[in-house]
Design a protein around this ligand. Structure first.
Ligand SMILES: C[S@@+](CC[C@H](N)C(=O)[O-])C[C@H]1O[C@@H](n2cnc3c(N)ncnc32)[C@H](O)[C@@H]1O
Length: 312
């Protein structure tokens, strides 16, 4: 497995984020093995409409995507997670040359690569552990030929709009001339639907968010008391995003990396953004990132969008 940019900066990122005002932690650290397991549980929750809606749209779009791509494309999936969405594309494409899942969560990547290799015998599967917030090279063994990027799950919404443009530019550079990209993006909708999707009745999303503090305890020697923080999902109507926070239930001091970090009662750590997009806004971001849109699909309820983009 290519280990292009395996990040080692959990402690450094946490110290910087917790020294900032307001306090933050980067969402890429949510996905250790436990975070990945919890995220898979989230995708099956009744309140969490994005996964099942995207999986409704993709089969309807896949024949048109395959026709636009032609034979022999290599599929590069950014943030592949469990790799469960790519099968529908790989099955529709004409003789895909390879599948390159890219993820920061190494254990999850191994499992996804093994699963796709078993489902698509004969397909070259070349996993890459990398942080896609930075440039990373594709594996040298990747056959020459056209590339199709795949960025599902509205992971693009975890970036600020400026970061999303930066990602799109980088993806264009990584994928090369003539690339296409299938992008899944969540749409703006009623705040109650959005807040429920990020704060479910069973508390799985709360456990996913709190696992970030547990991870800092496990891997960075912190002493967060998990019961002293609570999960909160807030719709920000100005920036059109759901924000996940961990809110201190009481004033407290936490030790991390030899430093003492004070929390006031009610003070929050902002852990994740999930921006929701109106189609015109997403089109603007794609264009600013060097892509033009060839097609857009949505579900009948207008919950989610799937885009086919072409490098401009
Ligand atoms: C919201 S999940 C989506 C998973 C899957 N693609 C889906 O659609 O269900 C985000 C995925 O991106 C990965 N990820 C998050 N930040 C990353 C980063 N900076 N670099 C690489 N992978 C990242 C996570 O490990 C996780 O697999």
């Amino acid at each position: 497995m290519l280990d292009a940019a395996m990040p080692s900066g959990l402690l450094a990122d946490a110290l910087a984020g917790l020294a900032a005002s307001p306090k933050t932690l980067p969402c890429k650290w949510l996905y250790d093995a436990e975070g990945a397991r919890l995220f898979e549980d989230i995708t099956r929750l009744p309140e969490y409409y994005p996964t099942r809606t995207e999986m409704l749209i993709l089969p309807q779009a896949s024949a048109a995507i395959a026709a636009a791509c032609g034979p022999g494309v290599a599929v590069v999936e950014f943030g592949s997670g469990d790799g469960s969405k790519v099968s529908v594309l790989l099955s529709a494409l004409e003789s895909p040359s390879a599948y390159v899942p890219v993820d920061i969560a190494a254990e999850w990547l191994d499992a996804a690569a093994a699963r796709v290799a078993a489902e698509q015998p004969g397909l070259a599967v070349l996993p890459v552990v990398a942080d896609f917030t930075q440039y990373f090279p594709l594996p040298a063994e990747l056959p020459a030929g056209p590339r199709l990027g795949f960025f599902p799950g509205s992971t693009i919404g975890n970036f600020t709009p400026d970061e999303a443009v930066g990602f799109l530019r980088r993806a264009r550079e990584v994928l090369g001339h003539g690339a296409r990209m299938v992008l899944g993006a969540d749409l703006v909708k009623a705040p109650a639907v959005l807040e429920a999707a990020y704060d479910d009745a069973q508390g799985v999303t709360a456990a996913f968010n709190l696992n970030l503090l547990a991870r800092l305890n496990r891997e960075a020697g912190a002493d967060f008391e998990l019961a002293s923080f609570r999960h909160e999902a807030r719709w920000n109507p100005v920036l059109e995003r759901v924000e996940m926070h961990l809110v201190a239930r009481r004033a407290q001091v936490v030790t991390l990396g030899g430093q003492r970090i004070g929390f006031a009662e009610g003070e929050s750590i902002h852990t994740e953004n999930s921006h929701k997009y109106r189609p015109d806004r997403l089109r603007q971001l794609a264009e600013a990132g060097g892509w033009r849109d060839l097609a857009l699909w949505t579900d009948p309820a207008g919950l989610f969008s799937v885009w086919l983009l072409e490098a401009a």
